[in-house]
Each structure stands twice: as structure tokens, then as C-alpha cells.
Ligand binder design. Structure first.
Ligand SMILES: C[S@@+](CC[C@H](N)C(=O)[O-])C[C@H]1O[C@@H](n2cnc3c(N)ncnc32)[C@H](O)[C@@H]1O
Length: 281
């Protein structure tokens, strides 16, 4: 079968099954199977495919028809200009999270010293690996409750050539009281439990443990903001990604816990996306 023929079948199939971005997804799928850029398949549309390539395409097309995110099928997502391996054990890194990463880079660059930086709830490791790539001469740690997520985060650190110390832990539970950080960054689960069932079928394929922020979506913020105080050095920074409607409540939690210099950052869609605070004894 020719490239153009298989593309047509894929696109028609996904369209019939009401899959969003059917055109783009079909092309991404085929280019990933051929290990060539999307432009290649457009220029070589009359090339014949090998039988095993056709087989793989149709197998994976079924997954797309079943609302499996394309990123899980091709095991890849770009974040901060880096490539991350992803599968259904981790949240697919979102471009909104780049706001948190950029803010932590800005903060770290103001110090002229070797910092200890932790990414709590690391998932795929997107945050910590990007930070380790972009901030020089610091120590990086990352933790998650999920063993499977940590395996992927380790793989992403190694694929991107950075050194990170990983800790399997329910928030700070397995940390030593001697672990102290200059910066703790986190993108914890923050979706209200009741809202999860209303998410798109695709998002529902992501691990529930990565999404569920409890009844009011604030479960993790309450715990992290309170407990981080024990693990921040004096004057240390806590930087959290938030849902678009959580700024006031999260800032309130920072204030109640006596953080100072609290501020927030918006994402490109002008939604509140990050809250930062400093803890000084
Ligand atoms: C929203 S995802 C963020 C993943 C990644 N940091 C990112 O920004 O793409 C939240 C992560 O928190 C982890 N998590 C959930 N409950 C946790 C807990 N009690 N302690 C530590 N990590 C937890 C999940 O396994 C998941 O990887």
C-alpha cells in the first residue's frame, strides 16, 4: 500500500469515529512508525510501505480510535524543547507547565550559588529534567508515589543526560528531616474528583492518581504548602502549578502558612497558572 493510501484510510477512519485532530494524528502516527519527519511522508506519498509497517499502523490506529492519546501510542511528548518518553503510567507533560519551569529557572538564576532543587510529584520527570538541563551547577531531586512513574522519570533523565536523585514517596513521607531544599517545585494533581468524569475520553486515559486533587481540588495544596515548610531552607521557595480557578484559594493557603512574597504567574491563555511563595523563619 502507498503512503497516500494508508493516510487516507487512517484519516477517514478517525473522522468516522469522531476523533479530534484526525488529520494530524494520522500523520504523526505514520511518521513515527517510519521514523521520519511529517514532511517526509508528504513528499514521499507514492512510496510503498512494507507489510510490517502497514500492520503496525492498523494496530495503532485501533488505539487512536479508542481515544488513546497519540503521545502514549508513539511514546513521546515534546516539553521545553526536549523529548520525553511517556506511556499511560504518567501524565502527558502539558505546555502550561512550562510556565512553572520557566519561573523556577528565573528564580534560580537570581542566586549565585549551588542550589538544591526538588520536583515533588514528578511523573514523567518533565519538570526536573528540564530544570536540570537549563540550570547549571545545581543538585536536583524528584519524587513521586508511583513506582512506574519513577521508572519513566529515570529513563527521561538518562535519555536527556542529566543527573537527578529520585525518591519514591507519598509526598514528603520518605524524606529525611535533614533533606532541605532551596526550591521546591510541584505540579500536583489538582482536578476536583467530581470533574474527572466530565473530562474528555482522551484525558481519562491518563492515570487517575495524576489528576485527582480530592473533593475541592485542593487536597495536595493543603498538604504540600504545610509540609514543605519542614523541607525548605530558610528563605526557600515553593512554586506550584495551579488550576486556572485556584489562585485565590492557593494564595490563601500560602498566607495561612506564613509564607511571604507570594505572587502568581499567568499562562499564555492569560489563566492563572503558578503561585510562588517564600518561607522565612
Ligand atoms: C499532575 S501529575 C504531574 C506530573 C509531572 N510533574 C508533570 O508536570 O507533567 C501529578 C503526579 O503526582 C503523583 N502523585 C499523586 N499522589 C501523590 C502523592 N501522594 N505523593 C507523591 N506523588 C503523588 C502522580 O503519580 C503524578 O505523577
Amino acid at each position: 500500500m502507498k503512503i497516500k493510501e494508508i493516510l487516507k484510510i487512517g484519516i477517514d477512519n478517525l473522522k468516522e469515529n469522531n476523533i479530534e485532530e484526525y488529520n494530524l494524528k494520522t500523520k504523526i502516527l505514520l511518521s513515527s512508525i517510519l521514523n521520519k519527519p511529517k514532511e517526509y511522508i508528504m513528499i514521499h506519498e507514492d512510496d510503498e510501505l512494507e507489510e510490517k509497517e502497514e500492520k503496525e499502523f492498523f494496530l495503532k490506529l485501533e488505539k487512536l480510535k479508542n481515544n488513546e492519546p497519540i503521545q502514549y501510542i508513539i511514546n513521546s511528548q515534546e516539553f521545553m524543547g526536549l523529548d520525553f518518553f511517556v506511556d499511560n503510567n504518567v501524565l502527558i507533560p502539558q505546555s502550561d507547565t512550562e510556565i512553572l519551569v520557566q519561573e523556577v529557572i528565573n528564580i534560580a538564576n537570581k542566586y549565585n550559588q549551588k542550589l538544591d532543587i526538588l520536583d515533588l510529584c514528578t511523573g514523567s520527570g518533565a519538570i526536573v529534567v528540564s530544570l536540570a538541563k537549563k540550570i547549571k551547577n545545581c543538585n536536583f531531586w524528584a519524587s513521586d508515589i508511583s513506582k512506574d512513574a519513577l521508572k519513566i522519570a529515570k529513563k527521561n533523565a538518562s535519555n536527556n543526560g542529566v543527573i537527578v536523585s529520585f525518591i519514591e514517596s507519598d509526598l514528603f513521607e520518605n524524606f529525611s528531616k535533614f533533606d532541605k531544599f532551596d526550591i521546591i517545585a510541584s505540579n500536583p494533581p489538582y482536578i476536583k474528583t467530581d470533574v474527572i468524569k466530565m473530562l474528555s475520553e482522551e484525558v481519562k486515559k491518563e492515570p487517575k492518581i495524576a489528576l485527582d486533587g480530592g473533593k475541592d481540588g485542593l487536597f495536595f495544596y493543603r498538604k504540600i504548602i504545610k509540609e514543605a515548610k519542614k523541607y525548605l531552607k530558610n528563605g526557600g521557595i515553593l512554586a506550584l502549578e495551579i488550576g486556572y480557578d485556584q489562585k485565590d484559594e492557593v494564595e490563601k493557603l500560602f498566607k495561612e502558612n506564613e509564607y511571604i512574597e507570594i505572587y502568581s504567574k499567568k499562562d499564555f491563555a492569560q489563566n492563572d497558572r503558578v503561585v510562588v511563595g517564600k518561607y522565612k523563619i
